[in-house]
Design a protein around this ligand. Structure first.
Ligand code: ZN
Length: 66
């Protein structure tokens, strides 16, 4: 029930380029270039996201990506 509400909110926050955990702008995070035309972004709070350069979008890193 709660997840159904949180997931769209988190997706919306990520669309704004912000961390879903602390709300900081992800442009402030540490970026690591990846092979597949994406960047691993580590927020100052420690959460890890993947920035897809082709789509221009962030998503939460999966276990494998982190
Ligand atoms: Zn954060």
């Amino acid at each position: 029930m709660i997840k159904k509400i949180i997931a769209p909110v988190q997706a919306w926050i990520l669309l704004q380029g912000k961390c879903v955990g602390c709300g900081r702008n992800l442009s402030l995070g540490r970026r690591i270039e990846k092979q597949d035309n994406s960047q691993k972004v580590i927020c100052t709070c420690g959460r890890i996201f993947i920035f897809d350069k082709r789509k221009g979008k962030y998503h939460r890193a999966t276990f494998a990506e982190g």
